[in-house]
Write a protein that binds this ligand. Structure first.
Ligand code: G1P
Length: 280
């Protein structure tokens, strides 16, 4: 079955970005001139997705309003409006947030038995010839449109303890084990879950049975592990491009610089300022 639907969880509180996120959603923080969530939605639309469900929570009204189609604005906004005409976006509130797996479970009726893309709402990709989600959809189709696909990136041992870890079978992309935020002593792989997935409908049934992890959350990774327990196949796919996380203030600053400097004139200005700071 074709992947037409995408789920974007955007209900996180963004506590690591306080005070910026005191009253506004972290997904609405601008990366140079564009809110993060817009970059994520654009990726989904450019990947051929025609229906999007954004899972929201407290303080997310401005996020919903951002997807109203307006007739005013500059060139960039007009382009965005045109893209929005290609997609149906709906919102669902996660009123009692219990983790990423719980947020995804709210999309069970939306998925309605179809495979879905999942794009985490607080990271984005740069320098992709093919949009990140499209790369995963292509892999999904190439592998027979029946396996779950998890986007991965290579990470150091220390960084892996903050991510989901993937262990693949020798010489293959097939996933053997998947563990959320392993202890440093349990890190046996460099492949970390990168925030982009294509999931099969069975995932929702598994998530219904997942219990709280040690950190008190329903983990999406535990739902994926249940698919493996049931002998359902998952493949890891390395996404080509630069993944940009917006989790804390330093990452946020770097995200801004990297995105803004795609524009040569901005890049020149930024380099000038940095050089003069270094000379002082
Ligand atoms: C989530 C997932 C984790 C994944 C990460 C990517 O963790 O649970 O498996 O590696 O996103 O950013 P979080 O960053 O929400 O703690």
């Amino acid at each position: 079955m074709k992947v037409r639907k995408a789920i974007i969880p955007a209900a996180g509180k963004g506590t690591r970005l306080l005070p910026a996120t005191k009253t506004q959603p972290k997904e609405m923080l601008p990366i140079y001139d564009t809110p993060v969530i817009q970059l994520v939605v654009e990726e989904a639309i450019k990947s051929g997705i025609t229906e999007i469900l954004i899972i929201t929570g407290e303080n997310k009204h401005s996020l919903e309003k951002h997807f109203d189609i307006t007739n005013t604005g500059n060139g960039k906004l007009k382009e965005f409006n045109k893209l929005l005409e290609k997609v149906d976006i709906t919102f669902k509130r996660q009123s009692n947030p219990r983790g990423l797996g719980d947020a995804i479970l709210r999309a069970k009726n939306f998925a309605h038995g179809e495979p879905c893309a999942i794009l985490l709402g607080d990271d984005f990709y740069l320098n992709c010839e093919t949009p990140a989600t499209k790369q995963l959809i292509d892999a999904y189709e190439k592998l027979g449109s029946s396996a779950t696909i998890v986007g991965v990136e290579n990470l150091s041992k220390e960084k892996m303890t903050k991510k989901g870890m993937i262990v693949v079978k020798k010489g293959s992309t097939e996933v053997e084990r998947i563990i959320e935020k392993p202890d440093i002593d349990s890190v046996v792989s460099e492949l970390a879950i990168s925030g982009r997935y294509i999931v099969v409908p069975e995932l929702f049934l598994k998530l219904e049975k997942v219990t709280e992890s040690v950190r008190g959350e329903i983990e999406l990774t535990d739902g994926l592990a249940e698919l493996l327990n049931d002998k359902l196949t998952i493949h890891a796919h390395s996404i080509e491009g630069t993944r940009i996380d917006v989790g804390n203030p330093t990452e946020y600053l770097i995200a801004n610089l990297k995105y803004a400097m795609l524009d040569e004139s901005v890049k020149k200005e930024v380099i000038k300022v940095i050089k003069s700071e270094l000379d002082n």
